[in-house]
Design a binder for this molecule. Structure first.
Ligand code: ADP
Length: 212
């Protein structure tokens, strides 16, 4: 199956998308993660996008479309988290699907309001050693240490208050219109993204099962 996850920054898309991929054997394609890996490795792409990510802006469409073409062209079962993020990207994705003979199975919109996502992002920490994620509003991390490996917990460099505000504005201006774009194609499934993460996962699983 081919699936897109839409939702505001901090809506829990990344966490849920990875769980869905693990449970269904789908390839996870997270564009934010791909960009951050390039920044960390100091590649040409990484050098080009580092400042853009830190300011909370979007990377240009043609760069992102080229990345996604490479990621999807030889895959049949995958989930995209963070792409498309603009109507231009969504249109280009439709063309790529035509070019490679692929069909979009479902678009999950994870619905969480802006106040809640801001609070979640500013409370988000992770362990750079083992990758475990934490949130100060849920987990007890007063000592800022990982309960699994003892590593020091850090925040993402784009999870500062100013950048978060900018990312949410970018989302409202450029990404939120995709909801209507896919609604018109009758492929959008709205999933409530608040409450217990296990329950949210069950809602998504049920929605995808009904599609099959
Ligand atoms: P979040 O959804 O939590 O904001 P992501 O990890 O999905 O974060 O993305 C982090 C950053 O990577 C974005 O703020 C943006 O700068 C860049 N990015 C990721 N995907 C795209 C995309 N499809 N188009 C443009 N920029 C992107």
């Amino acid at each position: 199956m081919i699936c897109i996850f839409l939702g505001a920054p901090g809506s829990g898309k990344g966490t849920q998308a990875k769980r869905v991929c693990a449970s269904r054997g789908m390839k996870y394609i997270g564009t934010g993660e791909i960009l951050r890996e390039n920044v960390a490795a100091g590649t040409e792409l990484g050098k080009k996008v580092k400042a853009i990510l830190e300011e909370g802006h979007l990377v240009d469409d043609s760069t992102m479309i080229a990345i996604i073409e490479e990621e999807i062209k030889n895959e049949d079962s995958f989930l995209m988290d963070g792409f498309p993020r603009t109507v231009c990207q969504a249109e280009a994705l439709g063309e790529l699907f035509g070019k490679y003979g692929k069909n979009l199975g479902a678009v999950i919109f994870l619905d969480v309001d802006v106040e809640e996502v801001t609070k979640r992002i500013l409370g988000r920490f992770s362990c750079p050693s083992c990758g475990k994620d934490y949130n100060v509003h849920i987990d007890d991390i007063k000592d800022k240490r990982c309960s699994v490996c003892g590593g020091e917990l850090l925040q993402r460099s784009d999870d500062t208050e100013d950048t978060v505000r900018e990312r949410i504005e970018e989302y409202s201006r450029k990404t939120a219109p995709l909801k209507e774009f896919y609604e018109k194609k009758n492929i959008l499934i709205n999933v409530r993204g608040t409450g217990n993460p296990v329950k949210i996962f069950e809602r998504i699983t049920e929605a995808l099962d009904n599609k099959n």
